[in-house]
Write a protein that binds this ligand. Sequence first.
Ligand code: BTN
Length: 308
Amino acid sequence: MKSHILNHLSQSEKPVSGETLSQKLGVSRVAIWKHIRQLQEHGYDIEATPKGYRLLSGPDTPFPWVFGQRAARVLYFPIVNSTMDEAMTLARDGCPDFTVVVADRQTKGRGRLARQWQSIQGGLYFTMVLRPNLLPAESALINLAAAVDMAETLISLYGVKAQLKWPNDILVGHRKLVGILSQMAAESDRIDFVNLGIGVNVYNDTKNVHPPAVSLVDLTHQPVSRSDVLITFWDRFEKRIKDGDLQNVIEQWKQYAVTLGRNVSVQTLKERIEGKAVDIEPNGGLILETAAGERKTIIYGDCFHKDN
Ligand code: BTN
C-alpha cells in the first residue's frame, strides 16, 4: 500500500486528495491517512493541506515499499550483525528466490577470507538469496555476473569508471568501491541456494578503510542513492539469471577487468601464489603463469595487483 501511495504522490506536482487515493487504491480515507502518518514517521516529508497530500522529499532508506512489487521479498534492518546471517536463516527456512536482506548498518559485516567489512551508515549492505538452476561448479559465474551487473549499474547511473579486479571487486583507480561475498549450499549435482552479499560505498566515509576504498559521493560530488543502486542492479541481475544468460559473462567481465596482464599475488585459503595473471577459465578460475613458467589455476582467493 505504501509503495502505491508514494507512486501516486510522486507522479503528481499538485496535492492528491485522500478521496482520490482511497478510490484508486480501494481502501478507506482513514487507512490512507494512517499510512501517510507512518510514512511521515519514517522521514518522508509529506505536506497535508485541505487540497490533499503532497510529497516534498523522502529519505534514501531501502524500506521494503521502495521496491514496489518486490516489497514482500525485502527484509530491511536499521541495524543488524550481518545481512549474511539473516539471509542464511531465511534461505534454510525456504524463502523464495530473490529474497533480499538489506541494512543501514552492520555490527559484524564480513568480507572475503574472514576479513571485516566496515559497515557504517551511508553504505549499501545487502544479501540476495538465489536459487539458480545451475551446477555447483557454475556458481563462480554468478559472482562474476553480479560484478559485471553492479559495475554496469554504477556506470549507467553515475558514469563512474568502474573496473573489475579478480574475482569480483569493483575498483575505481586502485580504490575499492564494491565488495562481493557469496555463500553456497549445494548437493553434488545441484545448487540449493547461493547467498550473494554486496557492499557498496555510497556516501559512507571511507577514509579509514584499508586497503584504500572510495565512495560514490566522493567520485561524483552529486546526490547518490542507495535505493536507486539496489533497484537498478536488481532489475539487471534478476533478468540475467532468469534468462539463463551466463554464457557471455566471462567475455563481459574481461571488458572491465584490470587484473589480466598484471603481476599479482593471490592469497588462497592455504597459500600465497605469485605470478602473471594471463587468463580466466570458462568456470571463472584465474590462470597464473609463475616465474618458473608453470601455469596454475586458482578457483578461490584474493588477488593483489603488484604493479599499481
Ligand atoms: C569483500 O570484498 O571482502 C566482500 C565484502 C562483502 C560485504 C557485504 S556487505 C553485505 C553483506 N553482509 C556482510 O556481512 N558482508 C556482505
